[in-house]
Design a protein around this ligand. Structure first.
Ligand code: FAD
Length: 459
């Protein structure tokens, strides 16, 4: 143990904060973990345990070969994650998913941190920016960050840089769009101030009958309701679900996100009755989001209804849409590559507040952030994981790969990974599970190399 080091302060003892504290202590650096529960509760947490799971008890797929979240599990295990260790120890039967006994899981995370001599746990709300003498801080306060801290971060980062609701439009893998029906064109072929070639959007045309059937399906579709405390949060007029817009009149969408003006279907030479537009979502160009299609439709309904759009019949979704109460930063704009706030580098951010979505992704950002903060304290360089790993792909997305203008929370999926480079180029493109297997194998090999390099550097 290295004594005499100033502690790193971690605010929030959820999935990300607990993992970050654990990683910092593993590096021999003292850490103070500030958790406001039980003094102050959130709308979703029910206990005073660290790493409480607020909803489902599932960490999703544990298939590391063909599922990007399963791969992230494997990477977390290889990096000595406390969250994955506790999840494995409290696993309950759930087929190919990793599901846990939630109480046993959270209790074992809590016990491990309470017992760790390098970790001090303080039960208090940090109700503003941390004191100036805290020179190395991780903010991991999650989707339900307390109002006082959220307001302080909003003042520091700017009005539009911290959101209180996500408005997630479904994201489609580009390779699953049917370009026999869809075409690339920007409205009025305008290049726009940010560059572009006048053909930046993918457009899917609907005739009158298709449009009216689509609006009817949106209205009839099975939806998830807003929770009472979400509905009373005064921010969601700005991100209305598409079915709510559809309910305001049959033509509302045709004058809103589905307006056809300035667009010509090259197959007919005419302007369609309505158009669904998709916009590039990542720098790699592998993912496209359906513009303005944030929704509270249930996931199965989204797949059924959105696949009725011409050109999207075979669409595979990297993520489905949603609207939730969520506190998150515009990370591509605000954070540097080691998750530091550019405007105030003593502050790092981890977990859902960085714009990742889900328990596993939040824990992964906590792990990386903890390692970066510990490296800073020890005066060593923090190296980022390669972008070919699940860790690196997610980190690169939130810190710059995503488009800052339309940034919304993202889960881990293979669309975030750089394409495979074949050793011997072949005409036949690798698809489906075979492509995913190769991406996973590449990720784990690159992660091992990174860990080897890191460990050697730390010796
Ligand atoms: C209602 C709801 C349901 C969800 N369901 C799922 C699901 O089923 N599956 C899934 O994968 N993800 C789900 N999520 C997303 C989930 O919250 C995150 O994936 C995960 O918990 C985020 O981890 P985190 O560490 O960033 O935040 P959290 O786990 O929420 O941890 C943040 C911690 O910070 C504390 N805190 C907040 N403000 C302060 C402060 N000012 N001072 C001190 N402490 C503070 C909180 O008490 C909390 O313990 C859900 C989110 C919500 C809001």
């Amino acid at each position: 143990m290295r004594s005499g080091l100033k502690p790193v302060h971690v605010i929030g003892g959820g999935l990300a904060g607990a993992e970050a504290a654990w990683q910092i202590a593993r590096a021999g650096v003292p850490v103070v973990l500030h958790e406001m529960r039980p003094q102050r509760r959130t709308e979703a947490h029910a206990t005073d345990r660290l790493a409480e799971l607020v909803c489902s008890n599932s960490f999703r797929s544990d298939d590391r070969e063909t599922n990007a979240v399963g791969l992230l599990h494997a990477e977390l295990r290889r990096c000595g994650s406390l969250i994955l260790r506790a999840a494995d120890a409290h696993r309950v039967p759930a087929g190919s998913a990793l599901a846990v006994d939630r109480e046993g899981f959270a209790q074992s995370v809590t016990d491990a941190l309470v017992r760790d001599p390098l970790v001090e746990i303080v039960r208090e709300e940090i109700a503003g920016l941390p004191p100036a003498e805290w020179d190395n801080v991780i903010v991991a306060t999650g989707p339900l960050t307390s109002a006082a801290l959220a307001e302080a971060v909003r003042t520091l980062t700017g009005e539009d840089a911290l959101a209180f609701f996500d408005a997630i439009a479904p994201i489609v893998y580009r390779e699953t769009i049917d370009f026999q029906k869809a075409w690339f064109q920007s409205r009025y072929d305008k290049a726009g101030p940010g560059g572009g070639d006048g053909a930046d959007y993918v457009n899917c045309p609907l005739d009158r009958a298709q449009y009216e059937a689509f609006v009817a399906a949106l209205l009839a579709g099975d939806k998830t309701e807003f929770k009472e405390w979400e509905a009373s949060t005064p921010y969601f007029e700005g991100c209305l679900p598409i079915e709510v817009m559809a309910g305001r009149g049959v033509d509302t969408l045709r004058f809103g996100p589905m307006k056809p003006v300035g667009l010509t279907d090259p197959r007919t030479g005419h302007r369609p009755h309505a158009v669904v537009q998709l916009r590039q979502d990542n720098a790699l160009g592998t993912l496209f989001n359906i513009v303005g299609f944030q929704t509270k439709l249930k996931h199965a309904e989204q797949k059924r209804i959105f696949r009725s759009i011409p050109g999207l019949e075979g669409a595979e979704f990297a993520r489905l849409g949603g609207v939730h109460r969520n506190t998150f930063l515009n990370s591509p704009r605000l954070l540097d590559a080691s998750l530091r706030l550019k405007a105030e580098p003593r502050l790092r951010f981890a977990g859902q507040i960085t714009g990742v979505e889900g328990y596993v992704e939040s824990a992964a950002m906590g792990l990386l952030c903890g390692r970066f903060a510990a490296a800073d304290r020890l005066g060593s360089a923090a190296s980022a994981p390669p972008p070919t790993t699940a860790f690196g792909a997610l980190l690169a997305h939130v810190t710059g790969g995503a488009d800052a203008k339309s940034f919304q929370p993202m889960n881990c999926n293979f669309g975030l990974f750089p394409p495979l480079v074949e050793a011997v180029p072949t005409k036949k493109k690798l698809r489906g599970d075979e492509r995913r297997r190769q991406m996973s194998a590449r990720a784990l090999a690159d992660l091992d190399a990174w860990l080897g390099v890191r460990d050697a550097a730390a010796d």
